[in-house]
Design a protein around this ligand. Structure first.
Ligand SMILES: *Cc1c(COP(=O)(O)O)cnc(C)c1O
Length: 509
């Protein structure tokens, strides 16, 4: 194990060159007195090179997709092509102020309209807002739209149906939007139990939230029956599209009965995530729900409820170049749920995602989805004789294995196994999820990995399995070559130390 790293506060030495800026001469008394600090904040005092080294040291202790395979199931940790960053770094896009006058924002707005057109096409929706800044925020915005829609119709509905295989954010978003969550169990195939669902349907059900493929990495075989059932009772169908990766360009939520959808651009469309963002969770909807979308939506005049398709938009653009620039206004949907974030959401994430989608193109998008499914199945096939698959022999973009036998017979559990993977340059899979699979590891290689890499991953898994049989004590202290080995996780969760305590802390830092 490496020497533990010091915090910048611990590295700080008085007078070590923090005078980057001239002292502030408060000639302008613009800030009201009650907003002013009573004393100078005790920022770490470090020279520029020390600061730079500090961050390089931190970087060295983290793991990203550029360090090795990142098998974190359900998170879609795929390669982020460099061209995405190149586009997002263009000063014309990066530096434009969100409050710049209409005339100077036309280009940036056109790009948003174009993104709306492309991602609406991919999801089969009529309109989309890029305001939500994470998947969970997209869900929440969609549920507020449910509320606004039924309120507008004068209907009082209180329940949302969420299958037990849903991502944890689904019931949380429904509860935050003020709905009672009704959980429906899965059937033997891991899909929604339609009969059980029929039993809980009533006129107070506002709708269904469905993740597809679900968090077990499975497609629901009865999906059209399920969405039709909800519509029969006047409810809405919401599609959690965070896991769109295996079906993008192949099947569209809008074609199988869904009224609203959110995407995770930071998963499916490759923009970097992990460590908290930045994300983008656009929410798309059918025309009937467009009046309830969040503020504000850059819109080509005359296309307020249905975004023009990419080809129509292209024509509008070509024509308008010869006349004057198209007027793209900020449209306020008539019964909008209001603002869910600042300005246009995480605009540069949208730029990256759009670059990714356009570079792949109409053939590339489904090809990449198929590659993701192929990679997952290839890896599953290479592992399934010794690692018990939790749900059958084939999968979509990810699969779940159970290490319960390894734990029972040799005392090596899913967590210890994952820890040991780190010394081989492999990021652990998602652990202990789904909850109904004991000692679960959920593995998602994405389309990023080559066959050679997948072979190597399988080899490492098999080697470690071998080791678990012959030398289980090895796992008690693994990993051996990482900055941190096995911290006390209970203590870390129960007594988190998130604030540096100054030696004589008087609490006014
Ligand atoms: C990741 C994920 C979410 C939440 O997305 P965030 O951007 O982390 O808020 C929701 N649903 C599913 C199925 C996911 O995989």
């Amino acid at each position: 194990m490496r020497e533990s790293m010091k915090l910048s506060f611990e590295k700080s030495r008085p007078g070590h060159g923090t005078d980057y800026l001239p002292p502030f001469d408060s000639e302008y008394d613009l800030l009201p007195d009650h907003f002013r600090r009573k004393r100078t904040p005790r920022l770490p005092e470090m020279s520029e090179i020390e600061v730079s080294r500090h961050y390089t040291e931190l970087e060295d202790r983290t793991f990203g997709i550029n360090d090795g395979s990142y098998l974190l199931g359900s998170c879609t940790m795929k390669y982020n092509p460099k061209i995405n960053d190149a586009m997002a770094s263009l000063p014309e896009l990066r530096d434009v102020h969100p409050l710049a006058p209409d005339l100077y924002s036309q280009g940036s707005r056109l790009l948003t309209v174009f993104a709306e057109s492309v991602f609406s096409e991919i999801t089969g929706m009529d309109r989309m807002s890029f305001a939500p800044m994470a998947g969970a925020q997209g869900e929440f915005a969609a549920l507020l739209m449910f509320r606004a829609y039924f309120a507008h119709k004068g209907e009082h509905r209180t329940k949302i149906i969420v299958p037990d295989t849903a991502h944890g954010t689904n019931p949380a978003s429904a509860a935050m939007a003020g709905y009672d969550v009704i959980t429906v169990p899965s059937n033997e195939e891991g899909g929604v139990d339609v009969e059980k669902m029929r039993e809980v349907m009533s006129d107070d059900v506002a709708g269904l939230m469905l993740t597809n493929p679900n968090t077990l990495g499975l497609l629901d075989a009865n999906i059209q029956e399920i969405t039709a059932l909800v519509h029969e009772y006047g409810g809405l169908n919401y599609y959690d599209g965070a896991n769109l990766n295996p079906i993008m360009g192949i099947s569209r939520p809008g074609d199988i009965g869904f009224d609203l959808v959110h995407l995770n651009l930071h998963k499916t469309f490759s923009t970097p995530h992990g460590g908290g963002g930045p994300g983008s969770g656009p929410v798309g909807c059918k025309e009937a729900l467009a009046p309830f979308l969040p503020l504000d939506i850059p819109t080509v005049l005359g296309h307020e409820t249905v975004a023009p398709s990419p080809s129509v938009l292209f024509n509008i653009f070509l024509q308008s170049r010869s006349l004057s620039f198209p007027t793209i206004e900020l449209y306020h949907p008539e019964h909008s749920i209001g603002r869910v974030g600042r300005f246009y959401g995480n605009y540069l994430v949208v730029v990256r995602a759009l670059t990714f989608a356009l570079r792949l193109g109409k053939e590339g998008v489904p090809a990449s989805a198929k590659q993701a499914v192929l990679n997952a199945n290839y890896l599953l096939a290479k592992l399934k004789d010794i690692f018990e698959p939790a749900f059958g022999d084939t999968c979509m973009h990810e699969f779940v294995i159970s290490l319960k036998d390894l734990k029972r017979r040799h005392g090596v559990d899913a967590k210890q196994f994952s820890k040991a993977l780190q010394d081989y340059g492999i990021h652990p899979p998602t652990m202990y999820f789904p909850l109904n699979v004991p000692e679960a590891l959920m593995i998602e290689p994405t389309e990023t990995e080559s066959k050679d890499r997948l072979d190597r991953i399988a080899e490492v898994f098999r080697e470690l399995h071998e080791k678990a049989l012959s030398e289980p004590e090895y796992f008690a202290k693994a990993p051996y070559h990482q900055p941190i080995s096995q911290p006390d996780e209970t203590q870390a969760a129960r007594q988190p130390k998130l604030r540096y305590e100054f030696p004589a802390d008087d609490g006014d830092a």
